[in-house]
Design a protein around this ligand. Sequence first.
Ligand SMILES: *[C@@H]1O[C@H](CO)[C@@H](O)[C@H](O)[C@H]1NC(C)=O
Ligand SMILES: *[C@@H]1O[C@H](CO)[C@@H](O)[C@H](O)[C@H]1NC(C)=O
Ligand SMILES: *[C@@H]1O[C@H](CO)[C@@H](O)[C@H](O)[C@H]1NC(C)=O
Ligand SMILES: *[C@@H]1O[C@H](CO)[C@@H](O)[C@H](O)[C@H]1NC(C)=O
Length: 259
Amino acid sequence: MGLSAMFVACSFLAILISSPTNAQTAPSPLLPPSPAPAPAPHFVNLADLLSVAGPFHTFLNYLEQTQVIQTFQNQANNTKQGITIFVPKDSAFSLLKKTTFSNLTRDQLKTLLLYHAFPKYYSLSDFQNLSASNPATFAGGSYTLNLTDNSGRIHVASTWSNPEITSSVYSTAPVAVYQINKVLLPMAIFSTEPALAPALAPAPETTKPSDLAPSSGRGIASAPKSSESSTTESSASSISIGLFSSLVMAVSSGFMLIL
Ligand SMILES: *[C@@H]1O[C@H](CO)[C@@H](O)[C@H](O)[C@H]1NC(C)=O
Ligand SMILES: *[C@@H]1O[C@H](CO)[C@@H](O)[C@H](O)[C@H]1NC(C)=O
Ligand SMILES: *[C@@H]1O[C@H](CO)[C@@H](O)[C@H](O)[C@H]1NC(C)=O
Ligand SMILES: *[C@@H]1O[C@H](CO)[C@@H](O)[C@H](O)[C@H]1NC(C)=O
């Protein structure tokens, strides 16, 4: 009775101790994952993308009000050419008087939104070549944008504004979404220069060209170091636990022999 109780206790102990050993041998989440297979071209939900990035709430609300979002999504879903959208941040809209947009007719607002996209996918590096030809936007032939690429700082000029691309939100063919810091304002919609919002106008955004540059490896370089050392530590301790648990196993199987 005493012996079998001891045996039960010992095997229980052995199970307790050996189970963390098994857990330790599982691949550590700290190790970099093996490279994933090339992703298949997948569906990009533009409304979802715009609702989490930015903030782009003003632009997204206008897209949904006018149903231009469907036009863009259809182009993204169903064409080989794809789409490139320039999305002004909320702060770009608040630079201008509210009446600039509330006074537009529904058709004008629609055209203004279509003016913020090309019916074709362009990567950032494509813009160098585009600066020579002023390509027409989704709004039609007379609605063109002039692109300039000044050693990596890309500007997209309309008649009354010359916003800079301040961030690449998404760019995988056939869909590109670039953040711009001003609203595009074409002559065909605004016959005079729209007035700036009074006083409250936020301070000009500090542009971060680094947003466009591939991120430097600094953060990544330091990461493997720490995960390496913690992996070494944990494998060392798993070895000692392993030894101990096999000892306990040996002792308990000794009891089994006695029984
Ligand atoms: C785009 O594709 C998605 C997924 O296939 C679908 O749910 C959505 O209705 C499509 N939208 C348009 C406008 O084609
Ligand atoms: C917008 O409309 C209001 C009222 O209809 C008018 O007073 C105002 O001058 C208009 N503003 C612009 C910029 O056209
Ligand atoms: C730009 O145009 C030149 C000559 O027309 C071509 O060789 C180059 O590949 C083009 N670059 C891109 C990024 O399309
Ligand atoms: C683009 O550039 C062309 C010629 O360089 C000019 O005629 C046109 O007005 C410009 N358009 C805009 C929207 O700045």
